[in-house]
Design a protein around this ligand. Structure first.
Ligand SMILES: *Cc1c(COP(=O)(O)O)cnc(C)c1O
Length: 463
């Protein structure tokens, strides 16, 4: 039986796994960050299995040449970071331990609470915020909006968790430039995507026009709202004026959710932390961990200051074996997931290994490199930088006539991504097809900027 053999040889299997991982990581700065895999083989379920060692060999043969360095220094797509060495250690140990991160009074819960406490300190979030790990910023946004929805119901005299959505037909969710996951969450929560009211942004910005927001609130005096503030938009890393919005809470009745998926890391840098001023007055906050914290997928945190509302949404009522949600603290009464891995541990390792200064370095290094890239783009007449580099994203396009721009940008981006040097993603900014380079990986250096710039130059000259 292969299973009992594998138990006997666990040590060797882990050694093989370590060697494989190490070999991969040692060439991650040379491997292509992205490949379009259109014709990979499919495998079928074997009758008798082959054991761990042969399976690793098969994996290597089938996929070895196809693996991409999304964890490497020049994966600049979306806004996802890599994995610090200590985060990898924590992640491996998480799987070895296989602890359920939900049950109270266990070492797992202590580690999660500890990690949340360190993160509150890193981000300067007050201790009255209860924090929990979820699988990504989408789930953190979902959780924040779910608690906000419960609050909206309370304002209207309805317990939505118990009685459902029927009384909430006409509620509106306000935001200026929300991430797509906000709309996805609204759909999943039965609020409906069409309940979003887009408040205009300031001219040439992705930051809400406060006068327009206040005008809307004034026109609807008796209605409660959820306002989703942006702390770091994906195209231009723009921030709403969160302090000014929080001040509006004194006059108007709304739930303030801050989507700071990667912008929350502004807190790590003296130069940028002012961008988050006022977020300590939010009701709920999203921060992603598989972005700028550089831990492996999938990991994010939701912070919320209304634990009673949170329990009324996420409790497991009547499941005696899960304990009384109001008497004992179990994470599974506060978030969408019940059973889950000890997702906090990779973050715990990385925070302990590199500390406040390590994260300041990662953030400031990425910002400096993004600025360098932005300056190079701005210096080339064939390219157009579409917004100042506010933190970690350079958003640009080709300076060509608008009739040909869509095709030109798409052809250029495909060629750039097929070069094997870098991976960037496309976007649309102020009506123009555009390209984003998002730098949030701890491994990226000036050499990478130069290498990518040389590649861009070759492609521009070749055309
Ligand atoms: C990435 C991102 C999300 C979604 O995060 P996932 O981790 O992919 O679920 C939400 N909001 C913002 C601002 C983001 O950048």
């Amino acid at each position: 039986m292969k299973l009992s053999d594998d138990l006997k040889y666990t040590d060797q299997l882990l050694q093989l796994t370590k060697d494989f991982s190490n070999r991969f990581l040692s060439v991650a700065d040379k491997l292509a960050p992205h490949k379009a895999n259109h014709s990979l083989p499919t495998v079928t379920l074997p009758q008798a299995g082959m054991g761990g060692a042969a399976t690793l060999e098969k994996f290597r043969q089938l996929y070895g040449d196809q693996l991409t360095a999304a964890t490497g220094p020049r994966y600049w797509g979306f806004v996802t970071g890599g994995v610090t060495p200590a985060a990898l250690m924590g992640d491996w140990i998480t799987s070895a331990l296989d602890l359920n991160g939900s049950s109270s009074g266990t070492v797992a819960t202590c580690i999660e609470e500890d990690t949340i406490q360190q993160l509150r300190s890193l981000f300067d979030i007050p201790t009255e915020f209860l924090g929990a790990f979820v699988s990504g910023a989408t789930m953190a946004n979902f959780t924040g909006l779910a608690i906000g929805r419960q609050w909206l119901g309370n304002q209207l005299g309805v317990d939505i968790a118990a009685d459902g959505m029927s009384a909430l037909q006409h509620v509106k969710i306000l935001s200026s430039v929300p991430h797509s996951s906000i709309l996805k969450s609204m759909s999943m929560l039965g609020l409906g995507r069409n309940s979003l009211v887009r408040i205009p942004a300031l001219p040439n910005r992705e930051s809400v026009d406060l006068q327009a927001l206040e005008a809307y609130l004034q026109e609807h005096p008796d209605q409660p709202f959820i306002y989703v503030a942006n702390a770091g938009t994906v195209n231009t890393v723009d921030f709403d004026d969160i302090a000014a919005i929080a001040a509006l809470k004194e006059k108007y009745n709304f739930w303030l959710h801050v989507d700071a998926a990667f912008g929350g890391f502004a807190a790590c840098s003296e130069e940028h932390k002012h961008l988050l001023q006022g977020w300590e007055q939010a009701d709920s906050i999203t921060v992603d961990a598989h972005k700028w914290l550089n831990v492996p997928y999938d990991s994010a945190m939701v912070f919320n200051r209304h634990p009673k509302l949170q329990v009324s949404v996420f409790q497991n009522p009547g499941a005696a074996y899960l304990g009384d949600p109001l008497q004992e603290f179990h994470y599974n009464n506060y978030i969408p997931e019940n059973s889950r891995r000890l997702r906090a541990l990779p973050a715990w390792f990385s925070l302990q290994a590199y500390g406040r200064e390590g994260y300041r370095y990662i953030v400031e290094n990425n910002v400096n490199l993004a600025r360098k890239l932005g300056a190079l783009i701005a210096s080339d007449a064939r390219l157009k930088l579409l917004a100042p580099v506010r933190m970690c994203v350079a958003c640009f396009t080709l300076d060509v006539p608008s009739e040909t721009q869509a095709d030109a940008v798409s052809g250029f981006l495909t060629a750039l991504n097929n070069s094997g040097v870098v991976y960037m993603t496309k976007t649309q900014y102020q009506g123009q097809p555009a390209i984003r380079a998002a730098l949030v990986n701890w491994r990226t250096t000036e050499k990478d900027i130069q290498l990518v710039w040389d590649t861009i130059q070759q492609l521009l000259t070749r055309k």
